[in-house]
Design a protein around this ligand. Structure first.
Ligand code: PPS
Length: 309
């Protein structure tokens, strides 16, 4: 066993820092992904989960970390200390992520973790390893309204120095609309899981509902996981997963990913955590153009997104 295997997650990232760059996107079946992910995709597609594994699927910046933290706490009866045992990507591996060595890939971390595992993915439905469906794994999908999702992704792409340079705001809106950002089209992503939710028993959640009534959504997740926790424990989980608490939690706020990967002086990972922040960025003209295009792309489905509460 090499000594690199003994490195902590953060130390492995520091050690690999000289190989970091804004990685190019290379498509897998038409979906643009960072080149390391694309090169490793065949191994990801062959991944065979345990039937007890849970998949949390999202388009980037839709509320993944929030949901991962809720699920980890639910599975540990709201024990805050146990849920600080490791940074969130170690507690809940990111299936397809693959970076320069010695950073462990998602598959490396999954190999070291016993089921039941909480697995994160941003893969669109059609790229999810078929083993999840064959083994009837539980799947939680979290969707966030397009405009807030875009604003959050714009800030993330500025501070995540491994993703393509977002460029100016105006151009970024069009890249989002054309599905050119990493993990592809938001529109196809949210529709892909929406259409499959009944057949695959997917719990389809909305970021806006989690903001509006976090307790109700935590309870929905609890029931989906066939758990029954006391009212006090549920209250504690709601409190521990508030934006304020998670922003202060070093095992959830991504401060364990050091510069030069995440430069949180540019924008914090836990940035605002609000619904409707898009109004601070879209001009009325940009909003009208976006809405017109949105109507066309979403006309064949009726997904009840809310852009304000
Ligand atoms: S990632 O990188 O795709 O895994 O990011 P993801 O976790 O999906 O999304 C990050 C955004 O979610 C916000 N966030 C929260 N909002 C409310 N409450 C809680 N507890 C919470 N935790 C994370 C985070 O702030 C990012 O949104 P923005 O709008 O940028 O603040």
């Amino acid at each position: 066993m090499s000594e690199d295997k003994e490195l902590s997650f953060s130390d492995a990232i520091k050690k690999a820092s000289s190989s970091f760059t804004r990685f190019p996107l290379i498509p897998v079946k038409g979906i643009p992904l960072m080149n390391h992910i694309t090169n490793n995709y065949d191994a990801v597609a062959a991944f065979c989960p345990d039937p007890s594994d849970l998949l949390i699927a999202t388009y980037p910046k839709a509320g993944t970390t929030w949901t991962q933290e809720i699920v980890d706490l639910l599975l540990h009866n709201g024990d805050a200390e146990i849920c600080k045992r490791a940074p969130i990507p170690v507690r809940s591996p990111f299936l397809e992520i693959c970076s320069p060595p010695p950073i462990p890939s998602g598959l490396d971390l999954l190999k070291k973790t016993d089921p039941p595992r909480i697995i994160k993915t941003h893969l669109p439905f059609q790229l999810v390893p078929t083993g999840f469906w064959e083994n009837k794994c539980k799947v939680i999908y979290v969707a966030r309204n397009a405009k807030d999702n875009l604003v959050s992704y714009f800030h993330f792409d500025q501070m995540n120095l491994t993703q393509p340079d977002p460029g100016p705001w105006e151009g970024y809106i069009h890249k989002f609309m054309r599905g050119e950002l990493a993990w592809g089209s938001w529109y196809d992503h949210v529709k892909g899981y929406w259409k499959e939710q009944e057949k695959r028993n997917i719990l389809y959640l909305f970021y806006e509902d989690m903001k509006a009534n976090p307790r109700r959504e935590v309870e929905r997740i609890m029931r989906y996981l066939d758990l029954s926790l006391s009212d006090d424990v549920i209250s504690r989980i709601v409190e521990l997963t508030s934006f304020k608490k998670m922003k202060e939690n070093p095992m959830a706020n991504y401060t364990f990913i050091p510069h030069p990967v995440f430069d949180q002086s540019i924008s914090a990972f836990m940035r605002k955590g609000e619904v409707g922040d898009w109004k601070n960025y879209f001009t009325p003209e940009q909003s009208a153009e976006f809405d017109e295009d949105y109507e066309k792309k979403m006309k064949n489905v009726n997904i009840p997104f809310r852009t304000q509460l």
